[in-house]
Write a protein that binds this ligand. Structure first.
Ligand SMILES: Nc1ncnc2c1ncn2[C@@H]1O[C@H](COP(=O)(O)OP(=O)(O)O)[C@@H](O)[C@H]1O
Ligand SMILES: O=P(O)(O)OC[C@H]1O[C@](O)(COP(=O)(O)O)[C@@H](O)[C@@H]1O
Length: 313
């Protein structure tokens, strides 16, 4: 094996640069060159490759985002485009590909491996919504970022006795909402549609006797604007809606995400070197394990919750 390629794909996640460092570091031990494809799968199609060096990546292990860039490229679901990607990778004498991304990226990775190209994937998404891994790269930092922001809102809310509906990211997953809501002792966490109960929320506000109220809303359950509209159209209360947005994905990766990124990156190279393909890495019981992409993509995402917390929050 002489040349590997790597992409970061989907939403950027803090720790992706650390993972790139891990890839390059492990590859260097075996005299393998690593090429980063710019902006995810589209970089393969556009043949935008950049040679990655350990010295360059070393400088960014503490930097959020991804130095390779990432761009949504839905056309990669088309078989013709996937076949073209394999042809291009082969033309450039690339022997294997590491894909760092979420479940959408995993679909692309599985497709390439089914076309016979060696692929290993790393779970990189702040949403924590990949099955069979206890945690995904970037989730830890995103929760820290959300908690940091909510803590700040709380002091202002308390001063004015305001009611806040704070929307956090996660697509259909409620992990960021639950972890951030628990860590800030929020007055309510709406993680799924089923958690939304207008009467309960109105009762909670009434019982709070004019104190400030913080509700954490998973974006897939209810938006901050919907929350405001529902409360205000059924009561006299005024709600401040707040969408935390991309603050959650930004900034320095946490220590956990750095270490996890480096270890995932190194292991992806070992996996490819040892000839295993169509696999993704995962964390189970504090260990990095390898799983079939196909199995992960067919499994449902029932994560264990925090220690000491039952699912019935
Ligand atoms: N069904 C699919 N088949 C092949 N490639 C896909 C598929 N879904 C998504 N992708 C590729 O993966 C990229 C990232 O997927 P996306 O869902 O946006 O983020 P994530 O990987 O974080 O879930 C997409 O822009 C697209 O290039
Ligand atoms: O930055 P964009 O393209 O608006 O996407 C926002 C979405 O990306 C995420 O931050 C991360 O999602 P993915 O990792 O699945 O790409 C979601 O939580 C959010 O819904």
């Amino acid at each position: 094996m002489k040349k590997l390629a790597v992409i970061t794909s989907g939403g950027d996640a803090p720790g992706m640069n650390a993972a790139l460092f891990g890839v390059v570091k492990a590859a260097a031990r075996h005299d393998i060159e690593v090429f980063g494809c710019v902006n995810g799968y589209i970089g393969i199609i556009k043949e935008e490759f950049m040679l990655l060096t350990e010295a360059e990546l070393f400088k960014v292990i503490d930097v959020g985002g991804t130095i390779l860039g990432t761009q949504r490229f839905p056309e990669f679901a088309e078989k013709e485009i996937q076949t073209k990607a394999v042809d291009i990778l082969k033309k450039h004498e690339i022997d294997g590909l590491a894909v760092i991304g979420g479940d959408g990226s995993y679909h692309g990775a599985r497709a390439l491996s089914q076309l016979g190209f060696p692929v290993a994937a790393i779970p990189g998404t702040i949403d924590n919504d990949i099955a069979l891994t206890d945690i995904t790269l970037g989730f830890h930092t995103a929760v820290e970022n959300a908690v940091d922001a909510i803590d700040k809102v709380k002091t202002s809310a308390a001063s004015h006795k305001h009611i806040f509906g704070i929307e956090v990211m996660g697509r259909q997953a409620s992990d960021i909402a639950i972890w951030a809501g628990l860590a800030t002792a929020a007055d309510g966490i709406i993680g799924t549609n089923n958690d939304w109960n207008l009467e309960k929320v109105l009762k909670g506000i009434k019982m709070s006797a004019g104190k400030s109220q913080i509700y954490i809303l998973a974006e897939g359950a209810i938006s901050a604007d919907q929350f405001k509209a529902e409360i205000e159209s059924h009561s006299e209360y005024k709600v401040h809606p707040l969408v935390l947005g991309h603050i959650q994905r930004g900034g320095k990766p946490s220590v956990t995400d750095r270490i996890m990124g480096i270890k995932f990156g190194e292991q992806s190279v070992n996996t490819l070197l040892e000839g295993r393909t169509g696999v993704c890495l995962a964390v189970q019981n504090n260990q990095i394990v390898e799983l079939e992409l196909d199995k992960v993509l067919h499994a449902s995402n029932n994560k264990p919750f925090l220690p000491f917390v039952s699912q019935n929050i």
